[in-house]
Design a protein around this ligand. Structure first.
Ligand code: F0G
Length: 466
């Protein structure tokens, strides 16, 4: 395959195995680690300053310069322009959010929210999916598959429909996906396989099935997904006029995002395009907190590839013997066996950072507070704001730090939870949230019931808005 990019095994630097991009197992044949896509930067045209990317805005009639992903293509140059499949993804924005800064405990002007729910399929996944689909085209794939908690499958289904040449196959756990996301996959025509199990089971199965049937896999074990997701960081830098923030805070599920963000910043730093690295904070759901347990409680570190594998295996063994399944209302991050664990550990070690957990209560309150400040987000995205709040309380994030929270998914992805949070009928709250341990709705906005009488309606509006 003709490109300046190669796969390289960089998790164990002593391995350094490398191969060309025709392989679709994405794993090192020598040590089994997930490969990275690496570039021979010396032979590639790199901008001298990041601000040079701004020139692309004047060429927005070109679909590649219009895409918020591909207009940074010099920073992940694995494909030729004619191979790229884009639907205009990445038109997302960074907003300063002062009301929410106060909630989090930051000084005015210090909190920024990155709205990745504005992508065409409503989540950050499109950033990575356009890159994965481009590689799928390069290797001539006809079928693409994923296991998903809903957003990956919605994005995959959309890109398959857009490609007009590829068929989507999605694996979901039973009862583990919100209706908004399931609706998208069905509407786009994906073959939807619901298995009796959860995301972790579905991911094991989809890997076996893809290997057996030669189906192209687009879960975040696919390193091209991570290449595309790097552009979320480029857009944040652009939104900050190319200044590096102090913290990036992101929800953690399968840990693709944090792995990708770490790679993005380390590359920019090594290319001399940024003067320093930001710190990364990953926020697990308290009911799916493997990364928190391993990194912050058991101090597991990447250590330049000298991972304490025994400690990790022991953790999973213990989890299995306790029949400990991931369990959170933030279904997007209901994941106990993150496939990108080594890459995520590497990202935290290179950039510096911490992992925390947020309860369902904290995530739902944060989500409601976000929506009251402007655009909304889905429950899992609330983790980043809830986590930033916790880190401010702990004094790890200083009041004057510049913090960017990633809002990974759109507010309409999971309306059932939102409706239950604001429910007028306490039984509905209890049924959906109370039974799962949520005690109160700090920002509930309850609909009022009024008889069909003009005077009564006017009276009610005066009472509630004056
Ligand atoms: N936020 C949302 C809205 C997600 O959908 C996901 C992952 C994450 C955060 C976690 O990101 O895996 O990079 O740590 N959703 C996957 C899916 C697993 O199948 O849609 P991560």
């Amino acid at each position: 395959m003709q490109t300046e990019a190669v796969y390289q095994c960089c998790i164990h630097p002593q391995c350094r195995n490398s191969s060309d991009l025709s392989d679709t197992t994405f794993r090192c044949k020598r040590c089994g680690s997930l490969m990275d896509v690496c570039y021979d930067w010396n032979r590639l045209p790199i901008p001298k300053k990041l601000s040079e990317f701004e020139a692309k805005w004047s060429r927005r009639y070109d679909p590649l310069d219009y895409s918020g992903v591909w207009r940074f293509r010099e920073l992940f140059p694995f494909a030729r322009p004619e191979q790229i499949l884009t639907v205009g993804e990445g038109q997302t924005i960074l907003q300063q959010a002062n009301g929410i800064a106060e909630y989090v405990g930051l000084n005015p002007g210090c909190l920024f929210l990155q709205y990745e729910g504005m992508n065409p399929s409503g989540s950050f996944k499109d950033n990575g999916m356009t890159a994965a689909f481009t590689h799928a085209r390069m290797v001539g794939a006809r079928r693409a598959a994923c296991a998903s908690t809903g957003n990956t499958s919605a994005s995959l289904a959309m890109y398959c429909a857009a490609s007009q040449t590829m068929k989507a196959i999605i694996f979901i756990g039973s009862g583990k996906i919100s209706y908004g996301k399931l609706a998208q996959a069905l509407d786009h025509g994906a073959l939807t396989v619901q298995i009796a199990g959860d995301f972790d089971d579905a991911l094991t199965r989809v890997q076996q099935v893809s290997a057996q049937l030669g189906i192209y896999l687009v879960n975040s074990i696919n390193p091209f997904r991570l290449e595309g997701q790097k552009t979320i960081m480029y857009r944040i830098l652009e939104g900050l006029r190319w200044e590096v923030p102090d913290w990036i805070v992101v929800p953690g599920g399968n840990l693709g995002n944090v792995s990708s963000f770490g790679k993005a910043f380390v590359e920019l730093f090594e290319l001399g395009l940024i003067p320093r690295l930001p710190k990364l904070a990953v926020i697990n759901a308290a009911g799916a907190h493997t990364f928190y347990q391993l990194h912050d409680r058991q101090q597991v570190r990447w250590q330049s590839g000298q991972l304490d594998q025994a400690k990790i295996e022991n953790y999973f063994k213990q989890m299995d013997s306790n029949q400990d399944r991931a369990n959170t209302l933030a279904s997007a991050i209901e994941i106990n066996r993150p496939v990108n664990l080594p890459k995520a550990l590497r990202a935290l070690e290179r950039c510096g950072g911490v992992v925390r957990e947020a309860t369902d209560q904290e995530m739902l309150d944060a989500k409601a507070r976000v929506a009251m400040g402007g655009f909304g987000c889905e429950p899992a995205s609330g983790a980043s704001v809830a986590g930033a709040k916790r880190l401010c309380q702990e004094g790890i994030i200083a009041k004057s730090d510049r913090v960017v929270c990633i809002l990974t998914g759109h507010a309409l992805k999971d309306p059932n939870i939102t409706i239950a949070y604001h429910a007028t009928d306490p039984k509905m709250f209890e049924e959906v949230l109370g039974k799962r341990g949520v005690r109160r709705a700090m920002f509930a906005n309850r609909a009022i019931q009024v008889s069909n009488d003009l005077d009564e309606i006017i009276k009610a509006i005066e009472v509630f808005t004056s």
